[in-house]
Design a protein around this ligand. Structure first.
Ligand SMILES: [Zn+2]
Length: 192
């Protein structure tokens, strides 16, 4: 088999080498296709680097001129990998904002979260990047992002109890100073 490396990260010769270093035989039937599969999987899991948040938020819907209340979208799926262990962390995001003329659909918010989640991340930075992108490209009055995730690297090694979530938040604009609005967002986020 040709193991010559190319310049892409996570290429299949690297994964063959990893399998060997785990005392496995990369040529046994169960593993023969694994390097190619893992390579494709990592291309998908890191596809966010090629996505531009400005592009995702470029086309917004008008019609929110009269609306200046808090809009909250909950349960946006988050699938990411921690940059310290390359281990999955996953959960959900709640995104709240107060529009100033422009609103975005649920699919845009899902794509925005995904574009930052499909990179190597730490949960704190992921949360902040989503909030910053919304503030920059949608220019609302306020943005609040809350993310709850379970981290494989912590749970599987006993650093966190199984099922325990890490909660991070980022508040911008009016949500920084308006305690009532912040309380409203956080109670909507918690309500199930
Ligand atoms: Zn980790």
């Amino acid at each position: 088999m040709d193991d010559t490396s190319d310049d892409r990260p996570f290429n299949r010769s690297d994964w063959r080498r990893l399998l060997r270093s785990l005392h496995e035989d990369p040529d046994r039937p169960g593993l023969r296709e694994t390097p190619a599969r893992v390579e494709r999987a990592w291309e998908h899991w890191t596809s966010g680097y090629a996505q531009d948040p400005a592009e995702i938020l470029k086309v917004f819907e008008d019609g929110a001129e009269q609306y200046s209340e808090l809009i909250v979208v909950r349960g946006i799926p988050v699938y990411s990998h921690c940059e310290h262990h390359l281990a999955p962390f996953f959960g959900t995001a709640t995104v709240g904002y107060v529009p100033k003329g422009a609103i975005v659909g649920l699919s845009k918010l899902t794509r925005l979260v995904d574009c930052f989640a499909k990179r190597l991340q730490v949960q704190e930075r992921l949360t902040r990047q989503i909030a910053d992108a919304l503030m920059t490209h949608l220019e609302p009055t306020a943005v609040g992002v809350v993310i709850r995730c379970r981290h494989m690297c912590m749970e599987s090694r006993g650093i966190r109890a199984i099922g325990e979530e890490t909660v991070t938040s980022a508040m911008l604009g009016e949500l920084l100073t308006n305690l009532g609005m912040r309380t409203e967002l956080l109670s909507l986020e918690r309500a199930r």
